[in-house]
Design a protein around this ligand. Structure first.
Ligand code: AP5
Length: 222
């Protein structure tokens, strides 16, 4: 039988490198990357009522209410591409109620990755982060600078990427992380996220290839 596709959750403090690692995982493993923060920013750009409400919370570094986030993520997970290729959920769940909702909808991850990064590094990563609005690529002025002047000239900064706002986001993260972790204890791996992005990926890649081997071994026994 064909092995079931991978289902992965990526968590970590603001700017711990979730989005950066998800891009690398997506390229190698072909999983569908679903980022709660990106879905919310799309709602804001579209000018929807949900987007307008979400922005009020995002500006304060607080969690957007479940009635907006839960259905949005569930709908994306239910799409045929996520079901066929497997999914990589980034920045969700961030509370026990979100984790419970997902479980009740029948979405069960194989692995819960927690990126661990010191607070000093997180602040440096946030203030240096830039985004390319054309390609969606994440840059950092010091650690992943743009390839040329043309790209550099069009880079933008997120509205919540200031030192003051990241402290609020960090506070929210610390308030919720324990409760979320307790739901996935048996499938959690903690990754040292302080090192260079390729070295972070090396650790994650090792865990994912092992998981794939286990999955294909158990499916060939069926
Ligand atoms: P969200 O967009 O998810 O923001 P976040 O959790 O604060 O995480 P970030 O996107 O800031 O960082 P990241 O970990 O992806 O890091 P990145 O790879 O970009 O959420 C925003 C808001 O939306 C929340 O505050 C909340 O209000 C709301 N929200 C989202 N999900 C929600 C949910 N489930 N429920 C309710 N509300 C929700 O890297 C950061 C920088 O560092 C980049 O510049 C990058 O180039 C650089 N970098 C990355 N890795 C390395 C490395 N190893 N070495 C050096 N530099 C690196």
């Amino acid at each position: 039988a064909k092995p079931e596709p991978l289902k992965i959750m990526m968590s970590g403090a603001p700017a711990s490198g979730k989005g950066t690692q998800c891009e690398l995982i997506k390229t190698k493993y072909g999983l569908v990357h679903i980022a709660a923060g990106d879905l919310l920013r799309e709602e804001i750009t579209a000018g929807s009522e949900n987007g307008r409400r979400a922005k009020e919370y995002m500006e304060k570094g607080q969690l957007v209410p479940d009635d907006i986030v839960v259905t949005m993520v569930k709908d994306r997970l239910s799409q045929p591409d996520s079901q066929e290729n497997g999914w990589l959920l980034d920045g969700y769940p961030r509370s026990q109620s979100q984790a419970t909702a997902l479980r009740d909808f029948g979405f069960k991850p194989d692995l819960f990755i927690l990126l661990e990064v010191s607070e000093e590094i997180l602040v440096e990563r946030v203030v240096g982060r830039r985004l390319d609005p054309l390609t969606g690529k994440i840059y950092h002025l010091k650690y992943s600078p743009p390839e040329n002047e043309e790209i550099a000239a069009r880079l933008t900064q997120r509205f919540d990427d200031t030192e003051e706002k990241v402290k609020l986001r960090l506070h929210t993260h610390h308030q919720n992380v324990k409760a979320v972790l307790s739901m996935y204890e048996d499938i959690t791996i903690k990754i040292d996220g302080n090192v260079l992005k390729d070295d972070v990926f090396f650790q994650i890649d090792g865990a994912l290839s092992m998981l794939l081997e286990i999955k294909s071994a158990s499916s060939s026994m069926v």
